[in-house]
Structure formats: C-alpha cells, structure tokens
Design a binder for this molecule. Sequence first.
Ligand code: 13P
Length: 255
Amino acid sequence: MRKALVAGNWKMNGRIAKNDDLVSSVLSGLASGNLDSSVDVMVCPPAIYVGQVRAQAVATRLMVGAQDLCEFEDGAYTGEVSAEMLVDVGCSAVLVGHSERRTLFGDTDKRVAAKLSSAVAAGLAPILCVGESLEQRDSGDTLAVVEQQLLSALSGLSPEVLDLLVVAYEPVWAIGTGRTATPEQAQDVHAHIRQVLATIDGPLAEKVRLLYGGSVKPANARELFAQKDIDGGLIGGASLNADDFLAICRAAVAG
Ligand code: 13P
C-alpha cells in the first residue's frame, strides 16, 4: 500500500509575511485532526524561502521540498543551489524536470538526468516531472513521450533509485490552464509509467508514488486520487490557498 503524498509547488510566489500566514494556516489545519496520517504533506517554496518555511515546519508533519537544484556539486556555479545545500536547510525532496524548467530554462533530458542523479546522491527524494504538450497528446504520442522522459531521466542509475523516486505526471496543457486531465486519462498514463518502472525493477515499481499535477482543485481532487495508480498530487495554484490545499490533502485520505 502506497502512502499518498500531496505536494504544493508554490512556483515563484511568496513573501516572508505571506509565507508565514500560509504555512501557519496549513499547520493548524494539519494539527486540527481533520487529516489523518495516511497522507504525507509537503510544500515546495522558492529556494530563498526554504529555510524560513522549514523553521516553521520543523517538528511538524509538514515536509519541505525545493523546486529545482543544480546538477553539480558545490563550487564555482554563481547563482546555483546544490543538492547538499537543500539537505542542509532541511529539504527532504526536490522537483526535477518541471515542464516550466524544461521549456523556459533549458532543462534538457540530459540535464534532468544529471539533476536527478545529484538529488539521489545527496539523499533527496527526486520528484521527477514528466508530461506531454497538447500537440503531442493530439498526435497520439503521450505514452511515448512520457516513457522517453522517464527512461532518459533514469538512465545510468541503479534500480535502487526507485526507492527514493516519486514521479509527477503533469500534462503541460493542464498546468495553470484550468483544464484537468480526466481521471481516466490520468490513470492511463500513470499505469503506463508504472509499467515502464517495472521494467527497471518490478517490486520497487509497485512502491513508487505517482502524483498527478495540472489544475488540481478541491472539486476534482477526490476523483483523481481515487484512481488505482494515482497516489496523490503536485499542486500549483491551489497550494497558495491554505483552505484549498488542505481540502486537496483531505481528498487524498485513504479509503
Ligand atoms: P497548477 O496546479 O497551477 O495547474 O500547476 C500544476 C503544476 O505545475 C505543479 O507543479
């Protein structure tokens, strides 16, 4: 049985005071007993606020992740943040290969693979993001695109990486658009992702958590999370509102 995970990707949003309010509200929601421990909850603030959020969340069940990392170890890489630094400030996970990084910031498959490898080497759980564009879906290439992204990100790594790995399926056409994949569309891709992972290691593939992301809201979360291979969500816009985020977390409660 896989434990559900709901992770909020704040993207490039936040200010000290706002973060404080948002995290306080999320923490009081988590503490109020409305959400049992069958769901892991995480927020991924911008790197500069990770320390702030972690200080607030320390000794609570709220986990903190980062949105990106540098593929290299510490050294002369101006402006970058290493995996070891993320661990140092209390991150337990990091997004790798988000579509915004791939399309806007030049994260090629090769760089995504290098980032994933650095994350794992530092003991961070990589949340590998994969997903097709609208054009690729319309031309029937969804499964092939996702499979290629997955295999290239994991190439050269040992099967044990699956122990730490989380995969987020985020169709590009559903991100920030209000257009969500139907539960069936998402489940089809998730099932395929699990099959591909099983070619690396069958038993470990059963344990990998597969998140859906792309316009997840309180109104559609339950139906999505009810699918067999959807083990939670990666939430953008709705994670900036504590009530919505907590409602989505509750939708992931088992059973
Ligand atoms: P939205 O939930 O705003 O569509 O964003 C999804 C996403 O990109 C999470 O990483």
